[in-house]
Ligand binder design. Sequence first.
Ligand SMILES: Cc1cc2nc3c(=O)[nH]c(=O)nc-3n(C[C@H](O)[C@H](O)[C@H](O)COP(=O)(O)OP(=O)(O)OC[C@H]3O[C@@H](n4cnc5c(N)ncnc54)[C@H](O)[C@@H]3O)c2cc1C
Length: 382
Amino acid sequence: MSEHPLFNEEHRAIRKTLREFVAKELTPHADRWEAEKGFPDQVFKRMGELGFLGLKYPEEYGGQGGDYLCGVILAEEMMGCLSAGLAMSIGAQTDMVCALLEKMGSGEQKEQYLRPALAGEMIGCLCITEPDAGSDVAAIRTVAEREGDHFVINGQKTFITNGVRADLAIVVARARGSEGAKGMSLLLVEKGTPGFSVSRKLDKVGMHTSDTAELFFEDCRVPAENILGEEGQGFYHIMWELQPERLFGAVSSVAAAQIYLDITLKYVKEREQFGRPIGKFQAIRHRLADLATELEAARQLSYYTAGLIQAGEFPAREITMAKLFATRMANRMADEAMQLHGGYGYMMEYPIQRFWRDSRLIRIGAGTDEIMREIISKQMGL
Ligand SMILES: Cc1cc2nc3c(=O)[nH]c(=O)nc-3n(C[C@H](O)[C@H](O)[C@H](O)COP(=O)(O)OP(=O)(O)OC[C@H]3O[C@@H](n4cnc5c(N)ncnc54)[C@H](O)[C@@H]3O)c2cc1C
């Protein structure tokens, strides 16, 4: 990937270190971890130890004190491991759990949770989605009732990334009787708290290395000081404060699509049919030219948006557009990669089928295509 002027010398050095780490310590194990449908907790520890989980977080809590773009580089380089599930698990830790802890946590909460999370010693998950409330976050039903100096949580969460292995769950729950976006709070629930259980590890089409859980909360009591951020403001904390992290899906999709394209280009130059490399057929050359153009457009929109965030702006519109455009592009790229690999693309021994399965999720997770269009069209006054 050619380096964009957005990145400086320091960023380039971080990218080089990350790329070497991924190639040496992650990619060689990707096939085995995919087959085993999981990867060791040790990967979190190792990445914490090397400072990768804390690239964009304050040194005060064990981070590296880098800027927003360091997080972009992490999201991009992780795709090089060729296991999007692994990259997603790490992303849930860095861009959902750590992001909320850093933005909303008290000094004590940061010491107790953010520091070990950045060190990879505490794995976290963010629990928003419920069986009857996905896109419509304001419809969640999990309740957190105040009883003296405790909150008592009752409810169910589903599709939670890292949920099976998590040491810490950030749970979105509402005050009894509250409705819509009002009355929601974020609560920190540690593994082993009575009443908190993993009811199921869910089996998925792709992203096999990441664990996805269904979680239960039954009279689960947590101290009142475990509230993260302001009581009753949970909806706004997750919808608003996590906006910059939403770009994660876009930049990782661009990086993934580049890999799909590179592998496909190599293949069409080597594979011969009708006495010539299939890449010489105009029908194929033109398709690849279109895909490369779309990829570049997605990259420029994502980087433009990252540049705005880096400059301290809050480009909700561009983040949403980048997420919508880049994830759809990556999904198309994976589909075309399979088409151009023919029968080999459909075989489990080639990575193309994994790209095809994995890339489908990102149009659903972290806000579906339709919800992205809803947000954009609302901003257009529609
Ligand atoms: C592998 C995986 C990992 C995940 N990780 C997490 C996690 O860590 N934490 C977490 O909280 N959640 C997580 N999710 C949940 C994810 O965010 C939701 O699946 C997503 O928001 C969609 O919700 P839903 O699945 O309930 O679909 P629904 O909201 O039921 O949507 C179904 C369909 O209806 C469409 N639709 C809904 N509303 C509208 C509308 N107003 N206009 C037009 N179309 C609409 C949707 O776009 C979609 O096509 C994960 C999901 C998956 C699959």
